[in-house]
Ligand binder design. Structure first.
Ligand SMILES: [Zn+2]
Ligand SMILES: [Zn+2]
Ligand SMILES: [Zn+2]
Length: 193
């Protein structure tokens, strides 16, 4: 799925049909997301996990690990010695893991009707999918009426994705949208056009 600009999105369908998830598939959010992940050293700020992208899959015939990086490109790399032992992983950012990891950018708070990329950088933080999910279970995310933080309201997260909008089992960047809330994340809309 190719990212489109917000302008293109607005032209593509009636405004009331635009979902929060659509907003996250814009080039505007993609730029912000990349900038924040870059700023945070391509690591989860909570557990320091550096798996940018996903888990590695080992191809026995080719002795190659293949993995998806966070920008969606596939890379292959041999990391075994002649005896089949894993040698020092020289692949930048790759961590071989049994559970899928990828990096997400979390909003520490929301302001009603603000577009996802309109927040100050310090309102955003890089987390892996697991820490992101945990954080949403452990803490309440607030939404404010406006920039001066008026009328705080606690958001009630979707029971399936815990407010992350994503589903751990599907780690591919473009997939994995929570099918219960369809990426809305919370019972209260973050944006209402
Ligand atoms: Zn983490
Ligand atoms: Zn979040
Ligand atoms: Zn959900």
């Amino acid at each position: 799925m190719d990212k489109i600009s917000y302008q293109r999105l607005l032209e593509s369908k009636p405004i009331e049909e635009i979902t929060y998830q659509n907003l996250l598939f814009t080039t505007e959010w993609e730029r912000t997301r990349k900038r924040i992940i870059e700023r945070d050293g391509k690591r989860c700020r909570k557990c320091n996990y550096s798996a940018t992208g996903s888990y590695a899959h080992f191809d026995k015939e080719k002795n190659l690990y293949s993995y998806l990086t966070d920008d969606g490109t596939e890379e292959k790399q041999s990391i075994l010695d002649n005896n089949g032992f894993v040698i020092d992983v020289e692949i930048p950012r790759l961590v071989v893991t049994y559970k899928p990891y990828h990096l997400q950018v979390h909003h520490k708070y929301y302001i009603f009707n603000k577009l996802p990329w309109e927040y100050k950088d310090d309102a955003l933080i890089t987390l892996c999918n697991w820490c992101h999910s945990e954080l949403h279970i452990e803490s309440n995310i607030e939404i404010f009426d406006n920039e001066s933080f008026a009328n705080s309201q606690i958001l009630i997260p979707c029971g399936r994705c815990n407010g992350t909008g994503w589903f751990e089992q599907y780690n591919h960047i473009q997939g994995g949208v929570c099918f219960k809330c369809l990426g809305k994340r919370f019972t209260t809309p973050l944006i209402s056009f």
